[in-house]
Design a protein around this ligand. Structure first.
Ligand SMILES: [Zn+2]
Length: 255
C-alpha cells in the first residue's frame, strides 16, 4: 500500500513538478534575466528614467532607410527634436550620407547589430556590435556605447559581455512600444503615444525594416502636440545624464 502510494505521488505530483521546473530552467537560459531592478540599479540597462523634467527620448530602430529616415530627420529638425537611432550596421554602410546627417544634426547614433540577425550566440552578437561600431565610426567619427539587442531580447550572459566592452543596453518604456512596424494605422500610433507618454519615457519607433510611411505620418502629429505640451525631445545619453543628476541630488539630500 505504501509503495503504491509512493508510486502515485511520484507520478501525479513529482513528475509534473519536475516537468515544470525543467521548463523554467529552459526558459531561464533563453531569457535569462537577473531582473529589471538589478540591471537598472547596476546601470547596465535603461528602460526609462524617473524624473519630473518634461523630457522624452524618441528612439528609432532598424534604419537608416533610404526613403523614410530623411523624412523623419526633416520632421525632427522642424520641431527641434533630438532622437537616438539604433542603427543596423549593414544599412549604415549603404546610407553613409544619412548617418552623417544624423550625427551633424545632433542625434545620437547607437548600435543595433550589423545584420539584425536573430542569432543570439554571444560571440556572434559581440562581433556584430564591433563591426557596426567600426562602420559608424568610419562614417561619423563618433563611437557609441549604446546597444539595443534585436527584438529587445537579452540574456544575462549577453549583458555581461556587452557591459565588459563598455556598452549599456537600451530598452524602451514597456508601455511605449508603438508596434509601428506592424502598420497598425497612423491614428493608433498617434493615440498610443499621446495617451501613454510621460516625463522620462523612452518611445520605440522604427525608421527601417519596411514601409514606414505610418511612422512618418504619426510623427507629423505627435511632435507638434508634445512640443505644445512643453516636452523636450532628448537623446538617450542626455536622458542618462538627467538621471545621474537626479541621483546626485538625492545623494546630497541624504547627506
Ligand atoms: Zn530591430
Amino acid at each position: 500500500m505504501k509503495t503504491l502510494l509512493r508510486g502515485v505521488v511520484v507520478k501525479k505530483v513529482l513528475m509534473p513538478l519536475l516537468a515544470v521546473m525543467l521548463l523554467f530552467s529552459v526558459l531561464d537560459t533563453t531569457h535569462a534575466d537577473r531582473g529589471r531592478q538589478y540591471y537598472e540599479e547596476a546601470g547596465h540597462i535603461i528602460w526609462e528614467i524617473n524624473t519630473e523634467a518634461k523630457v522624452i527620448a524618441l528612439t528609432f530602430d532598424d534604419g537608416p532607410h533610404r526613403k523614410y529616415t530623411p523624412q523623419i530627420l526633416d520632421l525632427l529638425k522642424k520641431h527641434n527634436a533630438k532622437a537616438t537611432f539604433f542603427i543596423v550596421g549593414a544599412h549604415a554602410e549603404k546610407n553613409p550620407d544619412i548617418v552623417l546627417r544624423m550625427a551633424e544634426e545632433g542625434h545620437e547614433l547607437a548600435n543595433h547589430t550589423y545584420t539584425h540577425s536573430r542569432n543570439r550566440s554571444v560571440p556572434y552578437v559581440m562581433e556584430e556590435i564591433k563591426k557596426t561600431n567600426e562602420v559608424l565610426f568610419s562614417i561619423s567619427g563618433q563611437s557609441t556605447t549604446l546597444f539595443r539587442p534585436v527584438e529587445g531580447i537579452y540574456t544575462d550572459e549577453l549583458v555581461e559581455a556587452v557591459v565588459k566592452e563598455g556598452y549599456k543596453i537600451v530598452m524602451w518604456s514597456w508601455h511605449l512600444d508603438t508596434l509601428d512596424w506592424k502598420n497598425p494605422g497612423v491614428g493608433r500610433i498617434v493615440r498610443f503615444v499621446l495617451e501613454g507618454v510621460s516625463e522620462g519615457n523612452v518611445v520605440l519607433f522604427h525608421d527601417g525594416g519596411g514601409n514606414r510611411h505610418q511612422t512618418v505620418e504619426a510623427l507629423e502629429k505627435i511632435l507638434p502636440d508634445l512640443e505644445e505640451k512643453g516636452y523636450t525631445f532628448v537623446t538617450i545619453s542626455e536622458l542618462m545624464k538627467i538621471r545621474e543628476e537626479n541621483q546626485n541630488e538625492q545623494q546630497v539630500d541624504k547627506n
